[in-house]
Design a protein around this ligand. Sequence first.
Ligand code: 5GP
Length: 200
Amino acid sequence: MKIKRKGILFVISAPSGAGKTTLCREAMSRLDNLEFSISYTTRLPRSGEEDGRDYHFVDEDTFLEMVEKGEMAEWARVYNHLYGTPKTPIIKAIEDGRDMLLDIDIQGASQIKAAFPEDSVTIFVFPPSIEALKERLSKRGTEAPQVIKERCDKAEEEMAMYPLFRYFVVNDKLEEAVEDLIAVIKAERHRVKRIKETQW
Ligand code: 5GP
């Protein structure tokens, strides 16, 4: 039995510090056919980040030129920097039956949901608590205290946006959260409406 289906855009958003990046990495390491969508950003690389692997790091002019040319599927200003998902790779992935994981903010998630209502699946990641989220942000040690405060304040606002999403995962115990995320991904892969062609 051979089944061909369209690719799916798995869009994962969370308040900053909810542990989304670790969750995404784990899910990608355990699943076949799930690629990371590499965003463009105007922020500087953090130590350990690689251009072309974690992000495409560009200046603001280059970014805005891409927006102007319609090359972004979505984009948003997040904490004073621009972030965007390039359109061509995700359209190609849908056509080729490859699934993509988009680790993007809530504004971006709404734009993808509107632009690809049939081919996207939105997932909201809750931190175990606001306190845990604050602790994680401080421990990460990559941001200045002012930035941490800004992100904590925003996190509470962002938590209220969960009804925009189709699924949720609570990132309390990592192993359970990874299993929940994988369960969502597998279920969506098996929706009959995604079948393009069958051969038996
Ligand atoms: P960071 O600077 O910590 O890597 O990311 C900050 C926020 O920007 C995170 O919530 C991340 O998910 C979001 N982000 C990363 N790439 C994109 C993107 O392409 N579009 C949007 N809208 N948000 C993004």
